[in-house]
Design a protein around this ligand. Structure first.
Ligand SMILES: [Zn+2]
Length: 183
């Protein structure tokens, strides 16, 4: 290692953070361009220097955004769990003569479905309800009950419109609030 190298090595950390004067910077640059060892050392240093973060306000915005994203993600998981639980419960109640609970449960499933899936709820909710019916029937079979598919799937004709009602109510609410916001 040449004498100049020792000087350059001392300066490299400052050079990497662009804290040297113009003249000293030029000196380091010139040396790096023809000294492979120091150039390699510089590359190693630069990889360690943290990338400049966006300043103040921008950073706050990003922090808020990522926090909101996290909350929204958790809410969606929670809502999805409520929907699936509600669907299984709602379909399950059919077989115990409590069909009228579904007048409440199915629209709630629709509202929650719209909250996390928007219009995709229109085809996802029927799928969830269909799968719930299959699940219920499967458990019926496991319990050795005499199972009539019509009992399970026939009810979908009634559940799905109830859920759609919830979706439409939620969509109208969302539309109304968006109008409020614009004012
Ligand atoms: Zn050197």
């Amino acid at each position: 290692m040449k004498n100049e190298c020792f000087v350059v090595r001392d300066l490299l950390p400052l050079y990497a953070e662009k804290m040297l004067s113009c003249e000293t910077s030029e000196f380091v640059e010139e040396h790096i361009s023809c000294c492979a060892d120091c150039a390699a050392e510089f590359e190693k240093l630069e990889a360690d220097v943290p990338q400049p973060l966006p300043a103040g306000e921008e950073m706050d915005k990003m922090a808020v955004k990522s926090a909101l994203k996290k909350i929204r993600g958790r809410m969606q998981i929670l809502t999805a769990m409520i929907i699936i639980f509600g669907a299984v419960l709602g379909v399950g109640l059919t077989n115990h003569g409590s069909i009228f609970y579904n007048i409440v449960i199915m629209p709630i499933i629709g509202v929650l479905g719209y909250a996390i899936m928007r219009w995709r709820a229109l085809y996802n909710i029927p799928i969830i309800l269909f799968l719930s019916s299959m699940l219920e029937m499967f458990f019926g079979l496991l319990n050795g009950e005499s199972v009539y598919p019509v009992d399970y799937f026939g009810m979908l004709i009634y559940y799905i419109p109830c859920a759609f009602l919830g979706i439409i109510i939620a969509a109208l609410y969302a539309f109304a609030f968006r109008k409020e916001d614009k004012r």
